[in-house]
Design a binder for this molecule. Structure first.
Ligand SMILES: Nc1ncnc2c1ncn2[C@@H]1O[C@H](COP(=O)(O)OP(=O)(O)OP(=O)(O)O)[C@@H](O)[C@H]1O
Ligand SMILES: [Mg+2]
Length: 235
């Protein structure tokens, strides 16, 4: 499989605002991260964390401001180009796995490869990822036959199948007990290290947030850099 040029992974957010109607949800957000960096985003409910993640994932357009991923402004692309771009550059993991119930573990992991890439090695790579997330012997199981933690493992493998530059996770351990959460977090960091992507995780978990190199906190749509603040407040 073709490797991304991993050294070039770069995400830049410049003066991003997002309004829904007359509600200002994100206010003047700017930051920049590159390959190998991990970022936790925390903040109270309703502070705009998911909205920011959707913008970073090119699912939602900012009202004002720009994002740039690997020198491309995704919002300058046409809709079909953007869909293709998103598919190859972004990986998503949600709180609630979003696996397709009628498909097996292997099929779920392969779904992002079906739309655009015709990679003859996709199945082999999917099997490798499934092995790395510890589910070798669950390859043909359906999501209903898995535990919550196992489903999140599948969701992580699926998010990585196209070797994304950026892995975005919205409360990926939100529905899991503490031990399982830490196992999932370990897996995320392990995969992040080997893939050298940019890992961005929204979390309410203090212990988890403290393990990231960088910590951004959102309060009422305003983002502050809490990386070196030892009195981090979390909600
Ligand atoms: N599509 C939308 N249309 C209108 N308002 C929206 C939309 N999406 C989000 N909002 C509003 O934007 C604000 C931020 O929502 P967001 O989902 O980003 O919060 P959050 O920080 O992820 O919260 P939580 O921790 O509860 O998941 C909320 O007040 C929400 O009602
Ligand atoms: Mg949210």
């Amino acid at each position: 499989m073709q490797q991304n040029d991993k050294k070039t992974h770069q995400l830049t957010v410049s003066n991003v605002f997002k309004e829904f109607g007359n509600i200002e949800v994100l206010r003047n957000i700017s930051f920049s991260f590159s390959a190998g960096q991990s970022i936790a985003i925390t903040g109270p409910s309703g502070s705009g964390k998911s909205t920011l993640l959707h913008i970073l994932g090119t699912l939602e357009k900012p009202t004002k401001g720009k994002i740039k991923i690997n020198e491309t402004d995704p919002f300058n692309l046409s809709e079909p180009e953007l869909a293709r771009y998103r598919n190859s550059v972004i990986g998503f993991v949600f709180q609630d796995h979003h696996l397709l119930p009628q498909y097996s573990v292997l099929e779920n992991v392969l779904i992002p490869t079906l739309a655009f890439k015709q990679d003859p090695n996709a199945t082999q790579y999917a099997q490798e990822l499934i092995k790395r997330v510890g589910l070798m012997d669950r390859m043909s199981h359906r999501p209903a036959e898995l535990s919550g933690g196992e489903r999140q493992r599948v969701a992580i493998a699926r998010a990585l199948i196209n070797r994304p530059s950026i892995l975005l996770c919205d409360e990926p351990t939100g529905n899991l007990d503490n031990v399982t959460s830490m196992n999932i977090a370990n897996l995320l960091f392990e995969m992040h290290k080997s893939e050298n992507n940019i890992l961005i995780v929204v979390t309410h978990n203090h212990e988890l947030a403290s393990r990231f190199q960088n910590h951004l906190r959102l309060v009422e749509g305003v983002c502050s850099d809490e990386t070196n603040n030892s009195d981090n407040q979390l909600l």
